[in-house]
Design a binder for this molecule. Structure first.
Ligand code: XUL
Ligand code: CO
Length: 436
């Protein structure tokens, strides 16, 4: 088979002293950390939409990227070459998975039937590629935010015709995800929110969204798709407000609509910061509720108020993420999907490979640091000790819920209760820095 990216070599681990930009310096796939090979901790994935499409488009300018398919004009031929491209590039980079939206990989059509026909042809081609390459599908999803029909939302549209079309589109996207052996299926509600409350019936929109997701669960069971359903939080952009704003908002929504056993979360770094949280906050919240499913790995720019989707390079952040993921016992069916794009002036395919390399190396360092922090034990031990009061006496009664306001008042009323222990934040920050 003719290569799509002939200038990109197979990328291997060469160690921290190597100056080769086309090599891993920390990511050593088979090296065991905490008894498990690095590759199994991460289950890295490449995002089709940023790596094969996109190409540097922003609201002020068109494509800047130079790609081997730039001469191809036939949309189906282009789609097939790009699909071969992602299989080839992931294989060269030792990235075991990819992710896609239905309309990223195949041209749309005037009706859903036309779009489905195009999609089926590309899915058949993808199944053939799976025989020649080791790359597998981490998750599929439906693009319910791009076409003008979705300008007022999909499952939260005021127009039932749009709601019905969206249901049909998601049904098909779940089917093809199953057909490709996808490990998960993602719902990102890009326009499931509002631009203004002046025209919005919030209760109806939330109910319609809850019913939509329940129908998706019914259909998943009906066709025997055993992948994990994931919801991806994001508070805003493209709309002013999206209902799936953060881990906490989704946890409440899932419980209200009886969906909490059927969904986990796909948590994205830059979405967390848009919500005014750290990514560690979002991962910890999901972890303690048992719904940490998968991660869209990227990073934002603290000076910019939108989703810049940069490749992750901040070691402090990757360490905090791996600290949560290790305590989650790993990502299970999930993975670390690089939902990240090149900066617009980074135009070459070499840039695309090197962006994934630095992302993988940054997570390798984060993993090593986080495992060392856990092995050392002082940090988790400090947290444990901070709450030691709940192991005995009145604290034990609170922890066991064996007390009342009257009991607690009686216990407290004649005691002089003053400051508690120091939180020692600065010392703990120095402790973490020792492992970076
Ligand atoms: C958008 C975003 C999406 C989802 C999938 O901010 O993150 O690409 O990951 O729809
Ligand atoms: Co994402």
């Amino acid at each position: 088979m003719k290569q799509v990216f002939p200038t990109i070599p197979d990328i291997a681990y060469e160690g921290p002293d190597s100056r080769n930009p086309m090599a891993f310096h920390y990511y050593d796939p088979e090296r065991k950390i905490g008894g498990k090979p690095m590759k199994d901790h991460f289950r890295f994935s490449m995002a089709y939409w940023h790596s094969m499409n996109g190409g540097g488009v922003d609201p002020f300018g068109t494509v800047t990227a130079i790609r081997p398919w730039d001469h191809i004009t036939d949309p189906m031929e282009l789609a097939k070459v790009k699909m071969q491209g992602i299989f080839e590039l992931t294989t060269k980079l030792q990235i075991p998975f990819f992710c896609f939206h239905d309309r990223d990989i195949a041209p749309d059509g005037p009706t859903l039937r036309d779009a489905n026909r195009n999609l089926d042809e590309i899915i058949a081609h993808t199944k053939d590629l799976m025989k020649d390459y080791p790359t597998r599908l981490l998750w599929g999803t439906a693009r319910l935010f791009f076409h003008p029909r979705y300008m007022n939302g999909a499952a939260t549209s005021p127009d039932p015709a749009v709601y019905a079309y969206a249901a049909g589109q998601v049904k098909k996207a779940i089917e093809v995800t199953k057909e490709l052996g996808g490990a998960n299926y993602v719902f990102w509600g890009g326009r499931e929110g509002y631009e203004t409350l002046l025209n919005t019936d919030m209760q109806r929109e939330l109910d319609n969204l809850g019913f939509f997701l329940n129908m998706a669960v019914d259909y998943k069971k009906k066709i025997g798709f055993d992948g994990q359903f994931l919801i991806e939080p994001k508070p805003m952009e493209p709309t002013k407000h999206q209902y799936d704003a953060d881990s906490g908002a989704i946890w409440g929504f899932l419980q209200e609509y009886g969906l909490d056993k059927d969904f986990k979360l796909n948590i994205e770094t830059n979405h967390a910061t848009l919500a005014g949280h750290t990514i560690q906050h979002e991962l910890m919240y999901a972890r303690i509720k048992g719904i940490l499913g998968s991660v869209d790995a990227n990073q934002g720019d603290t000076l910019l108020g939108w989703d810049t989707d940069q490749f992750p390079t901040d070691l402090y952040v990757t360490t905090s993420m791996m600290y949560e993921i290790l305590q989650n016992g790993g990502l299970h069916s999930g993975g670390l999907n690089f939902d990240a794009k090149l900066r617009r002036p980074s135009t070459t395919v070499e840039d695309l490979a090197q962006a994934h390399i630095v992302g993988m190396d940054s997570f390798a360092r984060g993993l090593m640091a986080a495992q060392a922090i856990l092995d050392d034990g002082e940090l988790p031990g400090f947290v444990e000790e901070r709450y030691r009061g709940y192991r005995s006496d009145i604290g034990r009664k609170i922890a066991d819920k064996q007390t009342s306001f009257a009991d607690l008042e009686e216990w407290a009323i004649d005691r002089q209760i003053d400051r508690t222990d120091s939180g020692r934040q600065e010392y703990l920050e120095s402790l973490v820095n020792r492992f970076l």
